[in-house]
Ligand binder design. Sequence first.
Ligand SMILES: CC(C)(COP(=O)(O)OP(=O)(O)OC[C@H]1O[C@@H](n2cnc3c(N)ncnc32)[C@H](O)[C@@H]1OP(=O)(O)O)[C@@H](O)C(=O)NCCC(=O)NCCS
Length: 181
Amino acid sequence: MDWPRTIPILTDGVITLRPLEVEDVDAVLATSLDPDSAAFTSIPSPYTRADAVEFVDASASKVWPGFEVAIADADDALIGTCGLRIRDEESAVTEIGYMVSPWARGHGIATRATVLLVDYSWAIGARRIALDAHADNPASRRVAARCGFVEEGVLRSARLGKGGRRHDVVLHGLLPTDPRP
Ligand SMILES: CC(C)(COP(=O)(O)OP(=O)(O)OC[C@H]1O[C@@H](n2cnc3c(N)ncnc32)[C@H](O)[C@@H]1OP(=O)(O)O)[C@@H](O)C(=O)NCCC(=O)NCCS
């Protein structure tokens, strides 16, 4: 894979994926304080302003072995974050994750961000993209399905979530030859 040396800026004309900036800290904090964000991701809980500052700082220029970017709206305001990581370099497998700000959900933002990261993965030579979702996270599973990912199996009780709750994990995969929805 031709992995980037700097964080790419990707846009579909509605959203832009761009490096995180200090100005994003408040929106990252508000997004991460949402109960669903805590329940379905591995962010710290309770989440503090210091966590947001550290996340933005650590993600601002890091590209290897993956990058986390802001999902920005037309006014360049943060309405979520998403990431592309290498899952298996030798086999050219990448992995996508996302989190949309509660005030921006239900408008196709995660779907748009995922499509941008899918297209980018193919452009840099990925041969497979993985996406994991908790079985009890229908919104995330719907995003995967809308982007053409195929459900490939369930890892039972595979992830320890917040409050000691265990989650089944649904594995999704996408190949360049899969039909585009
Ligand atoms: C999952 C998440 C990223 C989706 O973001 P979003 O921008 O609202 O997603 P989209 O609008 O692109 O698509 C959401 C889809 O799920 C559907 N959906 C939302 N809640 C749902 C629910 N409770 N049950 C079934 N479907 C649901 C929506 O209707 C939509 O499908 P549609 O367009 O066919 O109607 C967002 O809810 C989120 O950030 N959740 C917390 C963090 C998280 O779960 N991250 C993913 C970890 S794998």
